[in-house]
Design a protein around this ligand. Structure first.
Ligand code: PHE
Length: 499
C-alpha cells in the first residue's frame, strides 16, 4: 500500500471508470480538495500511470449567511413571520426584540418588497402586514444555487454578492484518466543502483526513479565570495594562464614618491591635489626612499638627463615624502620595476596585481572613493606597441571581449598611451574598459633598467566588469553599507566566457 491512503483510493476509483475530476472526488468523499490534488501529484511522479489535465472553473458558492438563509429563511421572511397577521400588527421596538440583530435589514427589505408598512404611533412606529402570505424567493433561489439547478442573471448575482450571500471563486482542479502504464499498485521506484542489483541482473527489470533536474540543490553551509572577489579570482586565473605572476599589493598607504614621482608625474600635476588624492595626516611623511634612486628621479624631473628636457622646475623632496592613500596600483608596479632594475642581470618579466586604490571622488552611482584595479606589466627587450595591442587582445578575449578599439590618450608615465574600448554586445555600444601604454624612459632609466628594455602596461577597474557581469547599475548595491548580504549568498559563480 502506498504511504498516502488517498493514492490507493484515487487509483481504485479510476480503475472502475473512464474519467473523474478531483472536485467530484472531494465532494463524493467529503475530503479536502487539496489533499486529493496532493495524492494525484504523487501518482504523477511515480511514472506514466494517469493522465492529468488541469482545468479551472468559476464556482458560485453560498457564504455562511447564504446557507443560513437556505435553512431558516431570509431576514425579510423571518421578520414578516414575526409580524402578527390582521391589522393590529406590532410595535417596532417589540418586533426588533424578536428578530434580533438582523431585524433592521429584514425590515427594510420587507418594506421594499411591499410586504409590510410602518405607521407612526405616538413616539414609536407600528408595523403591520400588507399581505397575508409571502413567498421567500431569496431562500428558494439560494437553495437552487446550492443544488446547482439554477444560473443567476447578472443583476441577481450582483445583488446577492453585495448582500454577502454568495461568493464566486475560481477553482483549479484536475481531470484524471488512465494512462498507458495504469496500475492500482504503485511500486516504490528504486532510487539507487546497488552492486547487488548489478551482480544479480535485477536492475534490468527494476523501475528506477527518474532524476528531477528541476530540484534545487542543498544549500552549501559555507562562506560565499562577494561578486567582486569572484570576478577577481577569474581575472587571476586568466592572468596566471597567460604566465603572469602576482605582485605584493599589501600597502594601501604609499609615499607620493612611489605613487607619483617614480612614475614621472610632475609635482605640479593636478592629481597630486588634495581634491583628487587622500593625503595621510599621521604619519604624514615616509622616511625611507632609496637615496641614489631618488636623486636620479629628481634629475629626470628637472631635465637634462636621460635624453629628456624634464619638467624644467625644481623637484622637492618634501613633496615626494608626503604619504597618500595609493591612487593606483601603478605605484606597486613602480616598486617592482625598480627591484628588477637593481638586479645584476635583466630577466624578462610579466606581472599583475588586483587590489584596492583610493581617490577623493565625488560619490555617485558609478564612483566610490575606493575601488579595485587590475593591472598588468610586461618588461622585455624589443617589445613595442604591437605587442601591447596583441596582449590586450589576448587578455580581453579571454574575458569574453572580442572587439577592441584603441584611442590615443595621455598619461604622464606612458608614451604612447592608449585608452582601450570594447564593444558591449548587450548595450550595443563601445565602452571604455581600460588604459594602457609603454612606460617612458624618464621612468625606467632612473630605476636602473637597461636602455633596450621596454615595458608595456595596462590597468582597468574590477568594479566595472563586475557590475556588467552581475547586472548592477548602482555601485552601492555592490559595495558599502547598503549591500544586501543575501546578494552575496545568491550571486552565481562568475565564469568569464573563455575561448
Ligand atoms: N594607472 C592608470 C590608471 O590609474 C592605469 C594604467 C596603468 C595606465 C598602466 C597605463 C599603464 O588609470
Amino acid at each position: 500500500m502506498a504511504a498516502n491512503p488517498l493514492i490507493d483510493k484515487v487509483l481504485e476509483y479510476l480503475s472502475h471508470t473512464e474519467t473523474v475530476d478531483t472536485l467530484q472526488l472531494a465532494t463524493e468523499w467529503e475530503e479536502d480538495h487539496q489533499r486529493i490534488v496532493g495524492a494525484v501529484k504523487s501518482i504523477q511522479s511515480s511514472g506514466d500511470i494517469i493522465e492529468v489535465e488541469q482545468r479551472s472553473e468559476v464556482r458560485t458558492e453560498l457564504t455562511l449567511e447564504g446557507r443560513e438563509f437556505v435553512s431558516k429563511g431570509s431576514h425579510e421572511a423571518i421578520l414578516f413571520a414575526a409580524v402578527p397577521s390582521g391589522g393590529e400588527g406590532i410595535l417596532l421596538p417589540d418586533l426588533m426584540k424578536i428578530t434580533g440583530p438582523n431585524g433592521k435589514i429584514g425590515m427594510s427589505k420587507a418594506m421594499q418588497a411591499g410586504w409590510i408598512k410602518s405607521v407612526k404611533e405616538g413616539n414609536s412606529n407600528r408595523v403591520v402586514r400588507l399581505k397575508e402570505s409571502i413567498e421567500d424567493k431569496v431562500q428558494e433561489t439560494l437553495r437552487n444555487v446550492a443544488a446547482g439547478t439554477t444560473e443567476l442573471d447578472k443583476a441577481t448575482m450582483a445583488e446577492y454578492k453585495k448582500r454577502k450571500l454568495l461568493v464566486q471563486n475560481t477553482v483549479v482542479f484536475m481531470v484524471l484518466r488512465k494512462a498507458r502504464g495504469f496500475t492500482t499498485v504503485i511500486e516504490k521506484p528504486e532510487t539507487d543502483l546497488t552492486p547487488e542489483m548489478i551482480a544479480s541482473g535485477d536492475w534490468k527489470t527494476k523501475n528506477f526513479k527518474a532524476y528531477n533536474f528541476d530540484a534545487l540543490g542543498t544549500p552549501i553551509p559555507a562562506g560565499h565570495l562577494h561578486p567582486l572577489m569572484k570576478v577577481r579570482s577569474e581575472f587571476r586565473s586568466v592572468l596566471f594562464e597567460m604566465g603572469f605572476s602576482e605582485m605584493p599589493t599589501n600597502r594601501f598607504v604609499e609615499s607620493s614618491f612611489w605613487n607619483f614621482d617614480a612614475l614621472f608625474v610632475p609635482q605640479k600635476h593636478p592629481a597630486r591635489d588634495a581634491q583628487d588624492t587622500f593625503f595621510v595626516s599621521q604619519p604624514s611623511t615616509c622616511n625611507s626612499i632609496p637615496e641614489d634612486y631618488m636623486n636620479r628621479v629628481k634629475a629626470a624631473h628637472e631635465g637634462g638627463s636621460y635624453g629628456s628636457s624634464g619638467y624644467g622646475s625644481n623637484w622637492k623632496k618634501e613633496e615626494a615624502l608626503k604619504n597618500v592613500m595609493r591612487t593606483h596600483t601603478t605605484a606597486v608596479s613602480a616598486r617592482m620595476l625598480y627591484e628588477i632594475g637593481q638586479k645584476k642581470e635583466f630577466v624578462p618579466t610579466k606581472l599583475f596585481s588586483i587590489d584596492r586604490v583610493f581617490r577623493n571622488e565625488t560619490l555617485d552611482a558609478t564612483h566610490l572613493a575606493e575601488f579595485h584595479q587590475v593591472e598588468g606589466v610586461v618588461a622585455d627587450k624589443g617589445i613595442n606597441l604591437g605587442h601591447l595591442i596583441g596582449i590586450m587582445k589576448e587578455f580581453f578575449s579571454r574575458l569574453g571581449i572580442k572587439k577592441l578599439r584603441f584611442k590615443p590618450a595621455y598619461n604622464p608615465y606612458t608614451e604612447p598611451s592608449m585608452e582601450v574600448f570594447a564593444y558591449h554586445e548587450g548595450l550595443k555600444k563601445w565602452v571604455e574598459v581600460g588604459n594602457s601604454g609603454m612606460f617612458r624612459p624618464e621612468m625606467l632609466l632612473p630605476m636602473g633598467l637597461p636602455e633596450d628594455v621596454r615595458v608595456i602596461a595596462w590597468g582597468l577597474s574590477l568594479e566595472r566588469p563586475t557590475m556588467i557581469r552581475y547586472g548592477y547599475d548602482n555601485i552601492r548595491d555592490l559595495v558599502g553599507p547598503k549591500v544586501d548580504l543575501g546578494m552575496v549568498y545568491k550571486s552565481p559563480i562568475c565564469r568569464l566566457d573563455k575561448q
